[in-house]
Design a protein around this ligand. Structure first.
Ligand code: AMP
Length: 300
């Protein structure tokens, strides 16, 4: 057991979601929330972020009762970041209905008394300048930097995204973002191109088609858990990252395939219900059956 601490910076949000299974308002969400709940199945997690004075007691209760250190979550007068999304019936596309930054708009993280002792830092999907700010403040406390992004930042601050990539040991992104970032039309070439930007490992998430890992001398595909009845894909990528880094914090990254299989298994729970619901009652024994399902497919 390695048992490294994990620190994450990212959004804590109130989400409004429309999927073919129904609509929900003001659900606890955000990239850092999905990540933390998934990673905390393996390790203690420190969350760096901001919420408004409207953040509900139920949100605090969920974070604090799940092994998540909230000392570096700032509370500011104003509204918590909120985001609305609508999915197409087959979940292949998503429209953003609104993004209300609220207290996030002027957020300037000041990290006090980090509990992370030479562990992992995850820069979840937020503005690259915030990711870099937190990286600079945490530098001496961490041994591994892992980051994620979204198309919005590729459009708005490509240089910032590239700087984050160059400072990351592992960089995660989805298939569309990988093609947009590299200008390639072939996913293998895109993965190899991003690897040249500096990270040791690049992971491209393929939605319902699994994920691809690229590192020097190694490249492989890990499928998703089959036949999942999808209710809401929000946060699947962040849960994948949480499962991945949770696994690495406990067992290291020598067996990359095993780490990605755990990440994929945990993401499969997230999409099986709205918001964070399915993550709340998970434990490592429960996920074992889905880990085994993925391994069985990979044997064929
Ligand atoms: P994902 O489905 O992995 O893209 O993550 C969805 C989560 O990202 C939702 O819970 C949103 O609250 C959050 N989110 C959406 N847009 C942004 C943004 N511009 N910055 C930070 N977080 C965001």
């Amino acid at each position: 057991m390695i048992s490294n601490d994990i620190t994450v910076v990212g959004s804590i949000a109130l989400d409004t979601l429309e999927t073919s299974k129904g609509n929900r308002e003001n659900l606890l969400g955000g990239s850092a929330t999905y990540f933390s709940l998934s990673a905390s199945l393996f390790s203690s997690v420190e969350l760096i972020g901001i919420v408004g004075s409207d953040f509900p007691d139920s949100g605090w209760k969920i974070l604090k009762s799940n092994n998540i250190n909230c000392d570096n979550i700032e509370i500011k007068d104003g509204k918590t970041f909120s985001w609305g999304g609508r999915y197409s019936d087959d979940y292949s596309t998503r429209d953003t209905l609104f993004t209300e930054l609220g207290v996030f708009e002027t957020y300037k993280p000041i990290i006090k008394n980090s509990s992370n002792n030479n562990g992992i830092l995850f820069l979840a999907n937020i503005h690259p300048s915030l990711q870099l700010d937190v990286l600079n403040q945490m530098k001496s406390n961490i041994s591994m930097v892992v980051s994620d992004t979204m198309n919005l930042w590729l459009d708005m601050d490509l240089n910032g995204v590239k700087e984050v990539i160059s400072k990351s040991n592992i960089f995660l992104l989805n298939d569309e973002e990988a093609l947009q970032l590299t200008g390639q039309s072939d996913m293998d070439k895109a993965g190899q191109d991003i690897l040249q930007e500096g990270p040791d490992t690049v992971i491209i998430k393929l939605g319902g088609k699994g994920s691809l890992l690229f590192s020097k001398g190694e490249q492989f595909h890990v499928p998703c858990v089959p036949d999942i009845d999808v209710y809401d894909p929000t946060g699947a990528g962040d849960s994948f990252a949480g499962g991945l880094l949770g696994y690495i914090s406990q067992y290291g990254f020598a067996d990359k395939q095993e780490a990605l299989i755990h990440a994929s298994a945990i993401a499969s729970y997230t999409v099986s219900d709205f918001g964070i619901n399915k993550l709340l009652n998970l434990n490592l024994d429960t996920i074992k059956s889905r880990v085994d399902m993925i391994k069985n497919i990979m044997k064929d």
